[in-house]
Ligand binder design. Structure first.
Ligand SMILES: Cc1ncc(COP(=O)(O)O)c(C=O)c1O
Length: 343
């Protein structure tokens, strides 16, 4: 089966497995673990922040970021397609005590006029904006990369209103590679950022939240509150260190695979996908004008050895990663063409 459902299916490399075996076994939440501290320092250095905190998932780093920035009060402004809003089961509402406002956007970038309208101070009649969140690369927008100028504009607007900014960077290094800049060049436009080592970077588990020393110190308490203390996490951190040191540059191969896929599908029918929209390792494919729903497409493609998930009833999401080569991409295109000719 050619698995294009997600990049979390990536398996740890041999080097990761060796590093995991040899890792220290300190208790992360008691005296600390040397390897975890090394990963956190490396993450902070790469994002240009003072400190980092290792957690089990991207969802938890986002949750802890919202808790830490807002201290459980006020409004959180996010782009309407944000993963935090659409795919984290309402944690922002259910677990943080904040409420959100969705800002319409294009390719994951919030409409700045709308953001300017919605951002507001606390008064006796409203709680005020406690946090603005961005997301890059943007999952629902098909792996779109936020332009640096947009991030700068959002950050300056938030700063002018005394509001902190958090960036959900589950695939932050995909964004950096696509823009051809260091991660810290992007992270200069956000107070906190989290990224996953578990996706295209191929480590088995984990995300790191980065920010100032004071922010991360507070975040550690919230991490504990939501059950995110990691105990003997040295093995997981060891894989994360290998991910950061040796898996970032190769993400460009995943981006090239996604582009090849989009070009191939676009040749079947230009309405399916626009290759120009493919900036990283995600390809959104619109099947709304075909006779199959996204679910039916997914089932039909599986019969031809291609696993792909519906993004919603009208579209599919293909995700490329380290285990997908050019031949796999070509097989997926051929499978799609076969189903297309049958439906
Ligand atoms: C943009 C974005 N944020 C957060 C997450 C959540 O990460 P995790 O699955 O590690 O909780 C994902 C997962 O795909 C994501 O795409």
């Amino acid at each position: 089966m050619i698995d294009l459902r997600t990049d979390t299916v990536t398996r740890p490399t041999e080097t990761m497995l060796a590093a995991m075996t040899e890792a220290t076994q300190g208790d992360d939440s008691r005296d600390g673990d040397e390897t975890v501290m090394k990963l956190e320092a490396l993450a902070a250095e790469r994002t240009g922040k003072q400190a980092g905190a290792f957690m089990p998932s991207g969802t938890m780093t986002n949750l802890v970021a919202v808790l830490t920035h807002t201290q459980r009060a006020g409004e959180v402004l996010l782009e309407e397609g944000a993963h935090i809003l659409n795919s984290e089961l309402g944690g922002v509402a259910a677990l943080t005590g904040t409420f959100h406002k969705a800002i319409p956007g294009k390719r994951g970038a919030m409409d700045l006029d709308q953001l300017r309208e919605k951002i507001r101070p606390m008064t006796r009649n409203n709680m005020g904006t406690a946090l603005v969140c961005m997301e890059t690369t943007h999952n629902r927008a098909g792996g779109a990369v936020l332009p640096l100028a947009h991030m700068k504009a959002v950050y300056e607007l938030a700063q002018a209103n005394g509001v902190p900014v958090h960036t959900d960077g589950a695939r932050f290094f995909n964004a950096a590679v696509a823009l051809g800049v260091d991660a810290k060049t992007i992270a200069q436009y956000t107070d906190s950022v989290c990224f996953c080592v578990s996706k295209g970077l191929s480590a088995p588990v984990g995300s790191v939240l980065c920010g100032t020393n004071a922010f991360i110190e507070r975040a550690r308490a919230f991490r504990r509150q939501v059950g995110g203390n990691m105990r003997q996490a040295g093995g997981l951190a060891a894989a994360g260190i290998v991910a950061l040191n040796s898996m970032v540059n190769r993400l460009k191969d995943d981006h090239a695979s996604a582009k090849r896929l989009a070009l191939g599908l676009g040749k079947i029918d230009a309405r399916l996908t626009d290759p120009n929209d493919v900036e990283t390792n995600l390809v959104r494919v619109d099947v709304s004008f075909t006779r199959h729903t996204a679910d039916q497409w997914s089932q039909a493609l599986a019969k031809h050895g291609v696993a792909v998930s519906p993004a919603d009833p009208r579209s599919l999401r293909f995700v490329t990663h380290r285990h997908i080569g050019a031949a796999d991409v070509d097989h997926a295109i051929a499978a799609f063409a076969k189903v297309w000719s049958e439906c």
